[in-house]
Design a protein around this ligand. Structure first.
Ligand code: DLL
Length: 440
């Protein structure tokens, strides 16, 4: 049996959904043209009038929006409502450049509550559950996004935020939350803490966990499920679109459902901007259909996924996409081979005997790029292996990565706990090359 927060909308007949999207697209094109000078200029340059947008297929006529457009119009230049209608501001720091500022009207917050409630509801959460939110509260959208979804369903909600792992575990033991939200890397940190301190995972009474904000593999998911004894769900989103709640996994665990009555999705070839064939990987692009404060048009996420055309057994009708492989800008190009950290993660966790912590270090030696994979051993592997076993393990890892990626890498085994632990998003790549050599 599948669960839903808003079954009527989530399982709406496809023609009705298209009709709704068409009406909403017309309205959002008009609002942007009338209220955002940046979009008016873009429309005018393309010789496009809002009246040319007559249905959802006309989305292709609209201009793309890039992160640089938000930065160039920092902080509020792309807002489509007066500041007096804005009730919340978030920002995403990013790794380079100025931060990106996003705003919400009261109605935008209602939409956020709705899509996050759908996300949690798809995992089976009801108002009888208790939620523990361990995403950061603050300008990052994870904490308050989880919070609004949990409260919208009517769950008792614990705004634990990140950090102080010992305290988090005590809260879980005492307050008995039944679900948790945090990054997959922090879920592993929590799992490690209870393991190290001899705490039984059952004493935490968690039934489900909603993990996202960074790429993670199915192997990582199995690891988290086994260690925390819960069902793990992938949740996706980005601040520019609304925060978490843009797409979510259901109990079929076969990809993510996009909340497409609010966020229209296209998947394009990042080089040409043209939509790829269904089932091909490409860059995900979203158009906000209902947002008021920042209704971005064709926002280029740099995230890579593909559409799944077969209907989902759960009956949801909106577009379903595969788990995210990574971002175009996380992709390393090493001697011509494209490498996503998540591919290395999948290899490592399949092998067994290794801790789920790793880091990719890229250096340039002469004219060649060199990739070193730091792999953390588990205490059990360390105590139970001699030098020869460890050398064999090192070779096996290098060979498995070579057969998966077609790339020779150097593998370094490191002691348990040698790799940094993260409370928020993990840093998987250390790029020591000069900027000029990075394929970004
Ligand atoms: O990370 C919003 C969020 C919070 C999503 C909590 C899920 C849970 P930003 O900080 O703006 O927003 O970062 C957005 O994170 O473009 C992806 O590259 C990445 N990302 C988010 N969710 C996933 C996921 C939040 N489930 C960027 N899988 C996005 C892979 C993800 N990558």
């Amino acid at each position: 049996m599948y669960h839903y927060y808003n079954k009527d909308v989530e399982c709406m007949p496809p023609e009705q959904l298209r009709q709704l999207q068409s009406e909403r697209l017309k309205s959002v094109a008009e609002r942007n043209y009338a209220n955002v000078p940046f979009y008016k200029k873009k429309f005018d340059e393309l010789g496009l009038s809002p009246a040319d947008i007559t249905g959802i297929d006309d989305v292709k006529k609209l201009p793309f929006t890039n992160k640089t457009d938000l930065r160039d119009n920092y902080p509020y230049g792309l807002f489509a409502v007066p500041m007096s209608d804005v009730v919340r501001i978030h920002a995403s720091s990013g790794t380079t450049g100025k931060q990106t500022v996003v705003g919400y009207t009261r109605r935008d917050l209602d939409i956020w509550g709705e899509v996050m409630a759908r996300t949690l509801g798809a995992g089976g959460v009801t108002k009888n559950d208790i939620g523990h939110i361990s995403y950061g509260y603050g300008l990052f959208t994870g904490g308050l996004g989880g919070n609004i979804g949990s409260e919208t369903i009517g769950c008792a909600t614990i705004p634990a935020s990140v950090g102080n792992t010992k305290r988090q575990i005590t809260i879980m033991q005492d307050f008995k939350p039944t679900f948790i939200l945090c990054t997959p890397s922090y879920a592993l940190t929590l799992a490690e803490y209870i393991e190290d301190n001899g705490i039984a995972p059952e004493s935490l009474s968690l039934k489900y966990g909603f993990f996202g904000a960074e790429p993670w593999t199915d192997a990582m998911k199995r690891e988290i499920e086994a260690k925390l004894r819960l069902k793990a769900f992938d949740i996706y989103g980005l601040s520019e679109i609304i925060g978490p709640g843009v797409a979510y996994e259901c109990e079929a665990h076969e990809g993510l459902h996009v909340a497409e009555d609010h966020f229209f999705i296209e998947i394009i070839d990042p080089d040409t901007g043209v939509e790829v064939e269904d089932g091909q990987y490409g860059e995900v692009v979203f158009t906000c259909l209902t947002k008021e404060a920042l209704p971005l048009l064709r926002y280029r996420t740099h995230d890579i996924s593909k559409k799944i055309s077969a209907p989902c057994p759960c009956g949801r009708t909106s577009t379903r996409i595969t788990k995210f492989a990574g971002r175009t800008d996380d992709m390393l190009i090493i001697r011509g081979v494209n490498v996503f950290p998540s591919q290395v993660e999948a290899v490592l966790l399949e092998l067994g005997g290794l801790a789920p912590y790793y880091q990719l270090v890229v250096e340039r030696e002469g004219s060649l790029d060199k990739l070193t994979v730091l792999v953390e051993l588990t205490p059990k592997t360390v105590s139970g292996s001699g030098i020869k076993d460890l050398q064999r393990l090192q070779r096996t890892i290098a060979e498995s990565i070579k057969s998966m990626l077609g790339l020779a890498v150097k593998v370094e085994l490191v002691d348990p706990k040698a790799i940094e632990r993260f409370e928020g998003k993990a840093v998987r790549v250390v790029d020591k090359r000069d900027k000029a050599f990075r394929a970004r």
